[in-house]
Ligand binder design. Structure first.
Ligand code: GDP
Length: 641
């Protein structure tokens, strides 16, 4: 197994482990036309003659075809049967590839990683580990400052920093690296200096818990504001201990008692009132109460017994990362356990590197960084994402291989998550697997009148359909299907239903790229019926529209016969004489029918490719207008699963 990764090179494709006519591109079913001469001479292998194929976690359709000695079209057809519209360059994950391979008569197995990635332990688990670790010692608290805009978060961070520079570093130049450390009573405190809960929440969304204590800044003259409430909600849901800093007490309008009252109402009750939240009155501007605040933070840290083992390989979290035009990728990392040393090889998210240089927030060169220390590092080959976990590894090659594995895993994960619920085939798969699922729907219709009726009927399915599938409506709105509908669908994992409306070119492209299922109906009954089938896992679309191309009407004129024809510019795909055509005006379907004539200059043509102009006449529709979009499509049978 040890050679697996090395021999892979950058092709990313899998390999056969034996059997089969070496290097043959013979078409298993002998259907190939182009190179038929050589292929025809070769007898197709029977399944028994085929050795199992090793496939990577992620591969393109073309790579899969290559591995299965099949044509791209054969693989694409199998994918269509699975409810996936794909092209040759599209990436698919192992599970999907395995199904395709199976129906083409191949056994497969998944390529196994060479090293075991330590990224399996969650952040919380590591904190628990530290409690039992006999080598764990006390470490500085890591603090995030949150609160409403203009309540003084930035000022507080600046004042604390300028008043409490760590000893011996007073001469250093302050660097903004995303975090800094101060010293008080000989003890250190680390502040993350991107204030606000967005950064905090973004990190949590990535599974990172960088903060030990949250400081909620509330201006004593202004009181609890919407963002104050939001911040409280985020802090509580993260179960992070909280300290309230009542700021701006220098102002005559300051009314700390009123703020305490307001905070109590949202269950942030001061200790002095019998609650569990320390409140400290401060003035960030006049530098009042800052020592009190720092002492309180240390106290909270002590109560929470913050510990880490400095003797291990370092691990932690990426706080900030960017590309410096001169120095390449630069990342600020917070060491959470172990000690990070110069020259360590690290994996951060899906990138890796050997640390070339390490500096602290005063620009001082560091050889070692112990738990809770933020350092800016150079040497990663790419830019990680804030919130990514990092780990040090003893060996550079191991770091490289693990980073490459993660890149593949991330791609595979992205592929399986988009495939699972943004298309209905994924839903039936989930139901089959016995899991509970939610079918989220973005509903677009031509007139708002039909929206309400459809939405009500859809939601009623929740009562009618027994089982673990729920249907919910993410958005119901009148109008054509736009690119922003597609990005909403992607973010909320919804499918899109168009009732008498269609996507424009940009939306269609975005949907194809993100594998978002868009379903079209013009009869409410059909729409409801199909969603019902989808919810019961029985959905098996028999026919599906396959788009051939899009064009735009650039001008219109009438022939002596009285027929209207239009000059088109083909935007995407191609116009095929035998395609069906739909006329879209502002996303609404005006007409659906067949093409009567298709011409380039004076000649009748069979097809016109994207980027060219042509003239078109439609059967039974004489009302084409400049700016109309035409969608050309054909129906394809999709096998029942
Ligand atoms: P942020 O949006 O929460 O980061 O708030 P800033 O730190 O930018 O502060 C907003 C405004 O309040 C600025 O004009 C500060 O000078 C002022 N400010 C901050 N702290 C104090 C304070 O303790 N007293 C007074 N009087 N003004 C303050």
């Amino acid at each position: 197994m040890a050679s697996t990764f090395q021999s892979k090179g950058s092709s990313g494709g899998g390999r056969r482990t034996g059997g089969g006519p070496g290097g043959s591109r013979g078409k298993g079913k002998g259907k190939g036309k182009g190179g038929a001469r050589t292929v025809a001479l070769r007898r197709p292998m029977t399944p028994a003659e085929r050795a199992p194929v090793e496939l990577p976690t992620v591969m393109t359709v073309a790579e899969l075809a290559d591995n299965l000695q099949a044509t791209g079209v054969e693989v694409i057809n199998e994918l269509i049967k699975l409810g996936m519209m794909a092209n040759l360059n599209q990436q698919i994950n192992y599970d999907t590839a395995h199904k395709v391979a199976e129906s083409l008569g191949w056994e497969t197995f998944e390529e196994k990683p060479e090293f075991v990635d330590s990224d399996v332990a969650a952040f919380e688990e590591r904190a628990l580990e530290a409690l039992d670790d006999p080598d764990a010692v006390s470490r500085p608290p890591v603090v995030t400052i949150m609160g409403h805009v203009d309540h003084g978060k930035t000022k507080l961070l600046d004042s604390i920093r300028s008043a409490n520079v760590a000893e011996g570093e007073a001469g250093g130049i302050t660097q903004h690296i995303g975090a800094y450390q101060v010293e008080t009573h000989g003890r250190k405190i680390t502040f993350l200096d991107t204030p606000g809960h967005e950064a905090f929440t973004a990190m949590r969304a990535r599974g990172a818990q960088a903060t030990d204590v949250a400081v909620l800044v509330v201006a004593a003259d202004d009181g609890v504001m919407p963002t104050t409430r939001e911040a409280v909600a985020h802090i509580k849901s993260a179960k992070v201990p909280l300290v309230v800093a009542l700021n701006k007490i220098d102002l005559p309008a300051a009314n700390p008692e009123r703020v305490k009252q307001q905070l109590s109402e949202i269950e942030v009750v001061p200790e002095e009132w019998g609650g569990d939240v320390p409140f400290v009155e401060v003035s960030a501007r006049e530098k009042l109460g800052l020592d009190d605040l720092l002492d309180t933070l240390l106290l909270v840290a002590d109560v929470n017994e913050l510990k880490a083992n400095p003797l291990k390989q370092a691990s932690g979290v990426v706080i900030e990362a960017r590309v410096d035009p001169r120095r390449g990728p630069v990342a600020t990392v917070l060491v959470q356990s172990g000690t990070l040393s110069e020259k360590d090889a690290i994996v951060a998210g899906a990138t890796w590197g050997r640390i070339k240089a390490m500096h602290n927030d005063r620009g001082k060169k560091m050889r070692r960084a112990e738990p809770s220390t933020p350092v800016e590092i150079l040497g990663l080959i790419d830019v990680p994402t804030a919130g990514d976990r990092f780990d040090a590894y003893p060996d550079e090659r191991q770091a490289k291989v693990i980073a490459e594995q993660r890149q593949k895993d991330r791609r595979a994960e992205a592929l399986s998550s988009t495939a699972s619920l943004t298309n209905l085939a994924g839903l039936s798969k989930e139901i089959e697997a016995g899991g509970s699922a939610e079918l989220r729907v973005i509903l677009k219709a031509d007139v708002s009148g039909s929206l309400g009726a459809i939405q009500t009927a859809l939601l009623k399915l929740n009562d009618e359909v027994k089982g673990d599938v729920r249907l919910s409506v993410t958005l119901a709105a009148a109008g054509g299907i736009s690119e922003s509908d597609v990005s909403l669908a992607s973010a909320t994992r919804s499918i899109i239903i168009g009732f008498n409306v269609r996507p424009d070119v940009a939306a269609k492209r975005a949907a194809d790229k993100a594998h978002i299922d868009i379903r079209f109906y013009n009869i409410i009954y059909n729409l409801i019926d199909e969603m019902k089938l989808a919810m019961t896992g029985l959905l098996a679309p028999v026919f599906q529209d396959v788009t051939d191309g899009y064009a735009e009407v650039r001008n219109t004129f009438r022939l002596p016969s009285g027929d209207a024809v239009a000059g088109l510019y083909v935007l995407d795909g191609k116009v095929i004489r035998n395609s069906k055509a739909r006329v879209l005006r502002s996303g609404t379907v005006m007409f659906e029918g067949t093409i009567k004539s298709l011409k380039r200059f004076k000649d009748d043509v069979r097809e016109v490719a994207s980027g060219y102009e042509c003239g078109i006449g439609l059967d039974g529709f004489n009302d084409l207008q400049v700016g109309d979009q035409l969608e050309f499509f054909h129906r394809e049978e999709v096998a029942r699963s």
